[in-house]
Each structure stands twice: as structure tokens, then as C-alpha cells.
Write a new protein. Structure first.
Length: 163
């Protein structure tokens, strides 16, 4: 999972945090099907671990701070790209206001150790992986996002909701 947490950010993206709240506990089940799941962000590892601790998460989270991984998979953008409106995201050219975007990428390691990129999805295409959205889709009001300034304007980090 490409988690939006850039270098120096005070906290992770609230929407990505919404997704990440469902990551704990699935690792053991995936492991028994020869699958590993992890999150990756551009923030340095100490920043990732501090936010993970704050949120009470235990899933594996890697930093791509010292490499181009997130740029290579179309979820991180330079300030130049943003200024030019020259961002390729979700398989198309678009203007984008942030240096980070969410996504999911899948890789396969064959018996010789070669690694292949087999799948990626972005934006609302990742909704299928959010268990809370799947439940909201079952209730009469659904996601109830139509009147909001953007679909996930209601989402907060789980420790930031006001009761």
C-alpha cells in the first residue's frame, strides 16, 4: 500500500490512515497463503515508526526515502511536476496539488527470485480494500459523501475524531 506520508509531514494522510486501520491482523492470514502485505511511504523510517506507534499499528511499513520507488510507481510527484500540471496518476495526465498520492501495487517473486510488478490501482480504485467502506455500502445512507466538498472530507485519523 502506497501510504501518503512525505518527509517532514506531522502525520500521515487521514484517508490513508483510514485504510491502514484495517491492516493489523490480516498479515497472519495472508502469510498462510504465501502473501506479504506492507505499507511504503517516502518519509524517513523514524517518522513512519513514530506515526505507527501513535496510531497503534503493527503492520510492516517501509520507507522509500532514499530511493525513487514511489516516483517509479506513480504515487509521488516533484514540485516541478505539480507546478507544470504534468502529473501522471491513475494511468492518465492530470493536475495534482500534493506531492503524494495513494495506491496499491502488487509484485510476484518467481522461483528464480525475479520480481515482477503484476498490478497497480489508484484513487477510488483502492476502495475495495477498505473494509469500512464495504460496510457503509450496505447501509441505507451508504457513504453519505455527496454533499461534502470532496468524498472523504469526513475522514480523520482515528485518534482525531471529536465525540
Amino acid at each position: 500500500y502506497h501510504f501518503m506520508l512525505g518527509p517532514g509531514w506531522k502525520e500521515g494522510c487521514p484517508s490513508c490512515s483510514f485504510w491502514a486501520d484495517t491492516f493489523n491482523g490480516i498479515g497472519i492470514h495472508l502469510q498462510h497463503r504465501d502473501v506479504a502485505m506492507l505499507a511504503i511511504s517516502r518519509a524517513p523510517v523514524d517518522e513512519l515508526l513514530a506515526f505507527r506507534k501513535r496510531m497503534g499499528w503493527s503492520f510492516k511499513w517501509l520507507s522509500s526515502f532514499a530511493n525513487e520507488f514511489n516516483h517509479d510507481y506513480g504515487v509521488s510527484f516533484t514540485e516541478e511536476q505539480i507546478k507544470r500540471g504534468d502529473v501522471e496518476y491513475n494511468y492518465g495526465q492530470t493536475s495534482f496539488s500534493h506531492t503524494e498520492a495513494p495506491g496499491i501495487s502488487v509484485f510476484h517473486r518467481d522461483s528464480d527470485g525475479a520480481i515482477f510488478h503484476t498490478y497497480s490501482c489508484y484513487a477510488r480504485g483502492i476502495d475495495m480494500m477498505n473494509a469500512a467502506y464495504q460496510y457503509l455500502d450496505l447501509v441505507p445512507k451508504g457513504r453519505d459523501e455527496d454533499a461534502l466538498p470532496w468524498p472523504q472530507a469526513w475522514v480523520r485519523c482515528h485518534d482525531s475524531y471529536e465525540d
